[in-house]
Every structure is written in C-alpha cells, then in structure tokens.
Design a protein around this ligand. Structure first.
Ligand SMILES: Cc1ncc(COP(=O)(O)O)c(C=O)c1O
Length: 398
C-alpha cells in the first residue's frame, strides 16, 4: 500500500466495531477487569495508553512510519520527555543539535540537567567528524530534528545514523516538520526513535495538542511503560481528532509542499526580500540530500524569509498580510506567520539569536492549504507595502 492509502486504511479494526465505518470513541477512563491471569498489561486504563481509541491511531501512525509500533501521547513535549527519560538516567550524557525547538532546548538544558543528565550541542551544518571529540564515555543518545526551526536546515541525516551506529548511541529524530509523507526516518536512513508533535501536521487543524513516538516494539514498549508512570496520555476524544486528521495527511502535505515551494520561489524573486530559507530551493545547503532522501523531494510546508529593512519591514509585512494569520504553531490548514525573535526564540538574547542566524526581521511561515497563487499574491502585496513604507520614510533627496 502507498502512504496515501495507509492514511485511510491502516490500523483500522477488522471487523469494524458494530460495523461502524468510523472508529467509535472509547470515552472511558477504565474497562471491566478481565481476570488476574492477564497481568498488568491486560488492565485497561486510559492513562496506561491501552484505550482502543489510542491504539487504533497509534497503529495507523506505525504503518505510516514503517515501524513495528507507535505510541500516541498528550503532547509533543510528552513524547520527547518520555523518550529521553527512558533512554537516559542520572550520570548519562547526550548530543543534541544546537538549534532544537525551544521547548526541547529547555527540557534538555534545564530540567534534565537538574536530574543529572548532561547534554552537549552539536553543529548540524558541520561534518560528523567534528562531533567525535564531544563524545563522553557516558554518551547514550544523539538527538536531531529533520528540518530545523526556524532556518529550515536539514542535518546530514545518514551521517547522524552512521555516527550513532559507530558509537553505539540511540538515534532520536523529531520529524515534526517533515511528516511521514515526506520522510520516514526509521526506514531511511534508519533512526531508532521517531518523534512528532502531532499538534502540527499530523492532526493538521490547529485544534489539538498531541505527540507520537514510533520505533521497534521493544523500544516503544519501554517508552510506553515510562509514559504510563509519568502521565500525559492522550484523551480518547483527542485520539479521535488525531485519527480523523491523519486520514487527510497525505492530501494536505502534498498541497503544503507545493504551496511552500511556490511561495519560496516567488519570495526569492522579490526585490524587498534579502534571504529565503526553504530546503526545497536549489539554493538550500542540503538541496541534493533532500531530493534523494525525502519522498518525491517533498520539502514540507515550513519556510522562513528575511525582508530587506529588518524588524520594521517585517512588522509592515505582517500587518499587511490578509491571509497569513500572525500566530505561533504550524501544520494546520491555515497559513500562520510569526517573527521567531518574538515567539519561538524569545527566550534567547538578541546576540544569541544573531549568533545562530536568527535576525530580528526573520519571518517564519507555516504554509496552509489555501490556493498557492492566492498566498503568493498576498505575500507580494505585503512586501510591496513594506517597500512603499520604506520609500516614504526616506528623506527626499535635495
Ligand atoms: C519541532 C517541534 N517539536 C516539538 C514541539 C512540541 O510539541 P507540543 O506543543 O505538541 O508539545 C514543537 C512545538 O512547537 C515543535 O515545533
């Protein structure tokens, strides 16, 4: 089955429950006990991630990732925290890419550090050889994101997996920005654990917080056991919403790939744009890798650009957009825009942001499924407005 077909048919109960075409919602905290002989795993209790509403969507996601198993949780952060707390204990060390999502950065560099787990940042733009001196005898995990936020850098993912194998590390990837439509990192290049904030593209409608962990049955069971004790399970109605969202994932992501490429190409041509960051552009640093590794070269629905004129110009662009809503988050059907220096990366100082290439004027765009030309027209008129405002502000030459 192709991935589009799996979105609809994989993981569904056979026979259908009471013949229902759509998986019913098991809105219950507990289930009648079936007997002592089934042991702990047989006790159905929704916090223990064994409610059928959770299991069905998890099975569909495992099919999409090509993994033996998957687990759905109450948020992307729950998926990340449960995974890292399973793989690491006090005294252990991990490697993590420098520009990871802010919530992950805080978890790793503050909360995990408080528990005696240390981390060293690696530069994903540099060759894997440069990470070797950062290894410690207690290094257990290497953690990267498929496409970084907000500069949309793609690590050399095969090199990350090869490095992990060579030094016996568990390789973990947050593939939220890529989605299993564009990349199935457990299949190629072979990551051990795949994580998603299902809040984003997997659900796709900006109306749910959820997370996913996928990997071997043994790995997912270990993480599930930890998650069962930490709490943070996905409630049955949330599981239903995620299940419904995933059915249209392939259609949405195909449109988002196309819209983002079209918008990125148009932005590159606009004189009011200083730089565009999108992994599907020929000018992107790992364009060839994306073409080879990402399915059909689909580079996702996230891009960023820097208008000429910095923060003031960026604010004028945001004010003039009619379709792009100014809000953090991403992966929904509607286009969202944000200035990372005021939202996702507000926790860093201006100097820290500049050191990793995040200018005050950088605009991140989470492209929706609107008509591509409508989006291009909207961004072009907003950039024209910024250009006009800049020209009007210039003192007339005498
Ligand atoms: C790449 C990435 N990973 C993880 C998360 C955390 O997900 P959640 O908000 O569902 O906990 C986010 C949230 O923005 C994200 O962008």
């Amino acid at each position: 089955m192709k991935v589009d077909t799996k979105c609809i048919h994989s993981g569904e109960p056979e026979p259908r429950i009471h013949g229902a075409a759509v998986m019913p919602i098991f809105q219950t905290a507990t289930f009648a006990f079936t007997g002592a002989e089934v042991g702990y795993d047989g006790v159905r209790y929704t916090r223990c991630n064994n409610n059928p509403s959770q299991e069905v969507v998890a099975a569909k996601l495992a099919a999409l990732e090509g993994t033996e198993a998957a687990l759905v949780l109450g948020s992307g952060m729950s998926a990340i925290a449960s995974t890292l707390l399973t793989l690491l204990k006090a005294g252990d060390h991990m490697l993590i890419q420098r520009a990871a999502y802010g919530g992950t950065y805080d978890l790793v560099h503050h909360q995990l550090q408080d528990l005696g787990i240390s981390a060293t940042m690696i530069d994903i733009a540099a060759a894997a050889d440069s990470w070797q001196p950062l290894l410690q005898p207690n290094t257990k995990v290497i953690y990267v994101e498929a496409i970084s936020n907000p500069l949309m850098e793609v690590p050399d993912l095969p090199a990350v997996v090869a490095f992990a194998k060579r030094y016996k590390l568990t390789s973990v990837i947050d593939a939220t920005f890529a989605t299993p439509i564009n990349l199935q990192p457990a299949l190629a290049p072979g990551f051990d654990v795949v994580i998603h904030s299902a809040t984003k593209f997997l659900n796709g409608h900006s109306d749910l917080i959820a997370g996913v962990v996928a990997g071997s049955a043994e790995m997912v069971n270990q993480i599930k056991s930890k998650a069962n004790h930490l709490g943070g399970s996905l409630d049955p109605h949330g599981a239903f919403l995620l299940h419904r969202g995933v059915k249209t994932l392939a259609l949405r992501v195909e449109r988002q790939n196309a819209n983002a490429l079209m918008l990125a190409a148009a932005l590159e041509q606009h004189p009011q744009v200083a730089a565009v960051f999108y992994p599907g552009l020929r000018s992107a640093p790992r364009y060839e890798l994306v073409r080879e590794l990402f399915i059909n070269g689909g580079a996702g629905g996230m891009l960023a650009f820097e208008p000429v004129g910095g923060m003031e110009a960026a604010e004028t662009v945001l004010k003039n957009l009619k379709l792009g809503m100014v809000a953090p988050s991403l992966g929904g059907v509607e286009t969202l825009v944000t200035r990372p220096s005021t939202t996702t990366h507000v926790g860093l100082t201006r100097e820290q942001r500049e050191a990793i290439g995040i200018g005050e004027g950088l605009i991140r765009v989470a492209v929706g499924i609107e008509d591509g030309q409508d989006l291009v027209d909207d961004f072009m008129q907003a950039l024209d407005a910024a250009a006009a405002a800049a020209a009007a502000a210039k003192p007339a030459a005498t």
